[in-house]
Design a protein. Structure first.
Length: 200
């Protein structure tokens, strides 16, 4: 009887097996031969699942985002304030979690190529990642407006919040600074301005 392979799962498994290899070598020095050896498959098999090594990085990041979404859904309580939900959304920049640090390093690796404009697929993929965060943030803000927590024009801040978050990450990476406290102050200041004050 033939073995049925779940191609989606196999693709994910191959990519995730290279997580540490990617961190060690960097995307420019990573070779398909190394990926195949690490994943325990033939070099030809890699091309059954991926177009190129950048495609492997996309799959790693997609897997991280999927896992992050599940984790976020588990952490969020419907009774949480919009401020609390937004802090949870940006936990990857505010947290000292070692796993988050690894994810950021992979994101940093691929962003460097995206910014250099060396791969048009990366620009498209960056947009795809941005949509994930934008949709969640918009949902949180719209819910906060409906509940009477936030002023109506708060929805105009979504793109700006995402841009500022990327800016803080770039500062962290280029200047090797711990930006958690500054980003926390920034978010709290924004919410101090947009939250509707309740009468005591």
């Amino acid at each position: 009887m033939a073995i049925i392979v779940d191609k989606v799962q196999k693709r994910r498994d191959i990519a995730l097996s290279c997580n540490d290899l990617l961190l060690e070598k960097g995307i420019k020095k990573l070779t398909i031969a190394e990926v195949a050896k690490t994943a325990g498959v033939s070099k030809g098999s890699i091309y059954d699942y991926f177009e190129n090594k950048e495609d492997i990085v996309f799959e790693i990041i997609r897997s991280h985002i999927s896992a992050y979404q599940v984790e976020l859904n588990e952490k969020i309580n419907p009774d949480d304030s919009t401020r609390e939900k937004v802090f949870l959304l940006f936990d990857f920049i505010l947290n000292d979690n070692e796993e988050f640090e690894k994810h950021q390093n992979i994101y940093k690796e691929y962003m460097s190529i995206d910014i250099a404009g060396e791969c048009s697929n990366m620009c498209e993929f960056d947009s795809e990642c941005g949509v994930f965060f934008k949709e969640i943030l918009e949902l949180f803000v719209q819910d906060g407006i409906k509940k009477g927590e936030l002023i109506a024009c708060s929805q105009n801040l979504v793109d700006g919040l995402l841009a500022v978050e990327k800016g803080f990450l770039v500062i962290k990476w280029t200047e090797n600074k711990d930006v958690k406290q500054s980003f926390r102050i920034f978010l709290n200041t924004i919410f101090d301005l947009i939250e509707i004050k309740k009468d005591c």
